[in-house]
Design a protein around this ligand. Structure first.
Ligand code: SF4
Length: 341
C-alpha cells in the first residue's frame, strides 16, 4: 500500500527532499530515494512499503539482541524491504538491498505481504509477546508503518523496540521517541572511512543520535560486529568503548559480535573468537558494566555478572535463559543490574 510520506519538503520542478534519515535525499519526480522504498510522484513523496511486511516472526528478545530489556520474553518482529545503508557485509541483503538491485514496480517481485498495524498488534497479543520489534532491515525507512503500529501497540500495553543503524534525522527521532521503549543501535565502527566505504553513510550523525537517545531516556543497547581487517583493531575497539562509557553511560550494554562471511564480504574469514573475547575485556577495562559476546553460542561472555561482586546473575545458552537475580538486583549483594521489566 502506498502512503503519503512523513517529513519531506517540496522544491521547484516537483523535486522533494526526504527528511527521515541523514541522507536527506533530494528526489526528482518519478525517482526513488537511496533506500529504494520512497518515491516522488508528481512532487509528493510516498512510502511504498506501508502495510507490506516482508518478514514477521516471533523471536526471543535476546535475539535482537536485548539482554537488559524484558529478558526472557517474546517479541513480535516485523520488517519491510529496503534500507538506507548498503553494508557490504549485510546478513539480510536479500530483503534490505532488494529494492536497490531490482526495479520495484513492474518487476514481478513482491514488496511483502499485506499486514496492517492492527493485525500486527493483534498477532503480538495473541502470541503472548510483550513487545513489537521493528527489525531485520532499517525501520527508519518504514517509519510511517512503524509509527502507526507503535501508537496502537502502546494503547494495548505492548512495548516497542527498534533495531537500527541509528541514522535517522533528529526530526524522525523526535517523532518516534514518545512511543519507543528501547533501541539497539549498531555502532558499526568508530571511523568515518569505514562508514563511507563499507556502509555508504556517515558516522557523526549516528554518534549524535546515540547521545540524544540516552538524553530522551530510551533504553539503549549497542551492537558492534567485528569484521577481520575492517574494524577489529584494538585501537578502534578502545575508542568505541570509551565513547560508550563516557558519553552514554557505563550501564549501557555493549554486544560485540562475531562476523561470518556474507553478501559482498564472502572473501573474509569469520572473526577469530579470541579477538571477540579480547574486545569484551577491553570494554570492561574501559569501565563498561555489561559487555557481551555475540554469535558464539554457549560462550560464558553471554552471561550477566553483577558489576559489583561478580556473581553470575543471568545464565544464557543460545536463547535459553536462567535468572538468579532478585527482581533486577544482584541476589548476593543487592547491586542494581539495570534490567528493565
Ligand atoms: S529514508 Fe533516507 S535514504 Fe530513504 S529517501 Fe529518505 S533520506 Fe533517502
Amino acid at each position: 500500500m502506498e502512503k503519503i510520506a512523513l517529513l519531506w519538503k517540496k522544491f521547484k520542478d516537483n523535486k522533494v527532499r526526504c527528511g527521515l534519515c541523514n541522507h536527506r535525499c533530494i528526489i526528482n519526480d518519478g525517482d526513488y530515494g537511496l533506500c529504494g522504498v520512497r518515491k516522488n510522484k508528481k512532487g509528493k513523496l510516498y512510502s511504498l512499503v506501508y502495510g507490506k511486511a516482508i518478514a514477521k516472526n516471533i523471536d526471543p528478545i535476546e535475539k535482537k539482541p536485548f539482554f537488559h530489556f524484558l529478558p526472557g520474553t517474546k517479541s513480535y518482529s516485523i520488517a519491510t524491504v529496503g534500507c538506507n545503508f548498503s553494508c557490504l557485509h549485510c546478513q539480510n541483503a536479500d530483503i534490505s538491498q532488494f529494492s536497490k538491485e531490482r526495479t520495484i514496480e513492474g518487476s514481478g517481485f513482491t514488496l511483502g505481504r499485506d499486514l496492517l498495524p492492527e493485525e500486527i498488534v493483534e498477532n503480538a497479543l495473541k502470541n503472548d509477546c510483550k513487545s513489537i520489534a521493528y527489525t531485520y532491515t532499517e525501520p527508519t525507512v518504514f517509519t510511517e508503518y512503524a509509527l502507526d503500529t507503535m501508537k496502537l501497540a502502546k494503547k494495548k500495553g505492548l512495548k516497542n523496540v527498534w533495531v537500527s543503524n541509528g541514522y535517522m534525522t533528529k526530526e524522525c527521532l523526535d517523532l518516534i521517541a514518545p512511543y519507543l521503549d528501547a533501541i539497539n543501535v549498531d555502532l558499526k565502527s568508530f571511523s568515518e572511512d569505514f562508514y563511507r566505504e563499507v556502509c555508504g553513510a556517515r558516522l557523526a550523525p549516528v554518534l549524535e543520535n546515540l547521545k540524544t537517545i540516552k538524553k530522551k531516556r530510551i533504553w539503549l543497547e549497542i551492537t558492534t560486529l567485528l569484521i577481520p581487517t575492517k574494524n577489529d583493531s584494538e585501537k578502534e575497539i578502545k575508542k568505541i568503548a570509551k565513547f560508550i562509557s563516557k558519553e552514554l553511560g557505563r550501564e549501557t550494554p555493549w554486544h560485540i559480535s562475531r562476523f561470518f562471511p556474507a553478501y559482498k564480504l564472502v572473501y573474509l574469514p569469520p572473526t577469530d573468537t579470541a579477538v571477540i573475547k579480547k574486545a569484551v575485556e577491553i570494554g570492561k577495562t574501559e569501565g563498561l558494566k555489561y559487555v557481551y559476546s555475540g554469535n558464539i553460542p554457549g560462550d560464558s561472555y553471554e552471561d550477566t555478572y553483577c558489576p559489583k561482586c561478580g556473581a553470575k546473575m543471568i545464565d544464557r545458552t543460545g536463547y535459553f535463559i536462567e535468572r538468579f537475580d532478585k527482581k533486577g538486583k544482584c541476589a548476593e549483594c543487592g547491586e542494581d543490574l539495570n534490567i528493565i521489566e
